[in-house]
Design a protein around this ligand. Structure first.
Ligand code: FA5
Length: 349
């Protein structure tokens, strides 16, 4: 029995070794490989007879059949590589592609200046211990307004200021007007201590001018723990501004109002373009300062809305305008330069 099988094995090996050498195309070779080694191929069929052998015979025949299979597989692969090269050469000979021609010169891409500036900002904030958080660009009214203590009559909820999206779920959505909704989303799923930043795009019906755009970027910051005060906010934001503009950066905190912080501040940086000396400066309009961000101590109602006890925890939040800070740190006088995609400007960074 075993002798018969050995002879059959030799026949299969010799037969397919000759046949595969005569294959003229990859397709023909693949079909032959299936015929020889496939699930229903000649070798597989032969191996089915193994079950009729004694244990001793199986031990003797097993390695022989494996050897034949490996040998044939290697020959098929070798032939496939040769045929592949032949087929590529044939295609190239039939076309007029000249592979020796030099390619067209192309410019290497680089990061957009806004991304360069944003990375600098987030790197400094990460160095101050903040971790990254995210929220949706299309936000529901609850996270964008209600949970942030923004009442129904607030002007931000006016059609003139916000892009509303009507929705079939009987819930109104907006293109988020600020990144502050991420504060709510974070506090809803995470208990203090919390120290996050949330960079991203925001949308407002603002007219485009040298310092305003209807689509711009903000970086939200939120720090919640026991005994967090305005002093922590001042320290961290001053360190941030000095990290971005150098140790001599002049920062001004002005009291302000946001429904979701109490007290609230606005933070200005001394105008790097005119230092207050040019009455016609398009950036600071001669005031010498430019507002960069809004901030404050998180309102107790906001903490309560997220299930955090304001008697135990307190915190600060800020929302900075990325384009404004980028203009100052990269010396770009007009916000539109970020969006015009003029390579003469982009290639300078
Ligand atoms: C806010 O959006 C608040 N959510 C910020 C905040 C967060 C306050 C957390 C308190 C606590 P405001 O509308 O002032 O605030 O915008 C924040 C910053 O975004 C501004 O200081 C400014 O730098 C930038 N900004 C505002 N509107 C525009 C615009 N149209 N184009 C470019 N930058 C803008």
């Amino acid at each position: 029995m075993i002798e018969q099988l050995k002879t059959k094995l030799n026949e299969i090996e010799n037969n397919y070794t000759t046949k595969l050498q005569n294959c003229a195309s990859l397709k023909e070779l693949q079909d032959l490989q299936v015929e020889a080694l496939g699930r229903k191929g000649a070798l597989t069929e032969l191996l089915k007879s193994l079950k009729d052998l004694s244990l001793e015979e199986k031990k003797a025949f097993g390695p022989l059949s494996n050897e034949a299979k490996n040998k044939l597989t290697a020959l098929f692969e070798e032939k496939a590589a040769t045929l592949e090269i032949e087929e590529i050469n044939k295609t190239l000979n039939e076309t007029d592609i000249d592979l020796t021609l030099p390619s067209y010169p192309f410019e290497k891409g680089k990061r957009h200046p806004l991304e360069i500036a944003k990375k600098r900002m987030t790197d400094i904030l990460k160095g101050l211990g903040f971790v990254w958080a995210q929220g949706p660009l299309v936000e529901d009214e609850y996270h964008n307004f209600d949970a942030l203590n923004i009442p129904p009559h607030h002007p931000a909820r006016d059609m003139q200021d916000t892009f509303f999206i009507k929705n079939t779920q009987k819930k109104d959505f907006v293109l988020r007007t600020h990144t502050s909704g991420v504060q709510i989303r974070t506090m809803q799923k995470q208990k203090p201590p919390i120290r996050i930043i949330a960079p991203g795009r925001v949308f407002r019906k603002d007219a485009l001018d040298a310092t305003h755009s209807p689509v711009f970027n903000q970086i939200e910051g939120l720090y919640i723990d026991k005994n967090v005060s305005l002093a922590d906010l001042k320290r961290d934001l001053t360190l941030f501004m000095q990290g971005l503009f150098g140790p001599k950066a002049q920062v001004r905190f002005r009291s302000s109002f946001f429904p979701f912080t109490e007290p609230s501040v606005e933070v200005d940086v001394k105008c790097v373009f005119c230092e207050g000396k040019d009455q016609n400066c398009p950036v600071c309009k001669g005031s010498g300062w430019k507002e960069m961000l809004g901030a404050g101590i998180v309102h107790p109602n906001v903490l309560r809305n997220c299930g955090i006890d304001p008697e135990i925890y307190s915190g600060y939040a800020f929302g900075m305008g990325v384009e404004r800070l980028a203009m100052f740190s990269l010396n770009i006088k007009d916000i539109r330069n970020f969006y015009d995609n003029d390579v003469r400007i982009l290639e300078q960074f």
